[in-house]
Design a protein around this ligand. Sequence first.
Ligand code: SF4
Length: 180
Amino acid sequence: MSKFSLSNSKKKVLLHICCAPCSACAVKMLRGDYDISFYWYNPNIYDRLEYKNRKDSAVNYAKELDIPFYEEKDFFYNYNNWKNNSLEQCSLCYTLRLEKTTVFAKQNNFDFFSTSLLSSPYQKHDLVKQIARYLADKHKINFLYCDFRPGFYENKNLLRQKGYYMQKYCACNKSKNGKI
Ligand code: SF4
């Protein structure tokens, strides 16, 4: 292959990101082989200040790495969407966020989509994977599955040292109150 090839042959991945610390693991694993863009859609984050802190941090991380950042602006925390029991609630929450991601990826000609939710040992990893595969099939787009969890704490510490925001709970009001 020519060293001076003008074309970028890397496949394009739309990476749904939930926060900067989790996206760090995915970036570390994928960046050598894929052309990554970030996608922000997290209407599960309660409350507005928390939402702003996490989003600003993710935007700054994208700037630091020079990664494109796409954002869905229809944030509105609706309590009615977060009143189910634990497993059902997380399942709905993952589906809500990942379905928007698949649709955006499809409409904008990405080769794959994936999610930083696969980085966190605190998330329901197998459920995220199962939902992402279902949505990939439904919307006819490739899901790039990777277990991003190895190195999670190391990457998180690196970002903490750089001053990135570190959240204390998953995101919804129930998780803030320790009820999920
Ligand atoms: S605990 Fe986290 S994944 Fe589950 S519903 Fe709340 S915000 Fe969503």
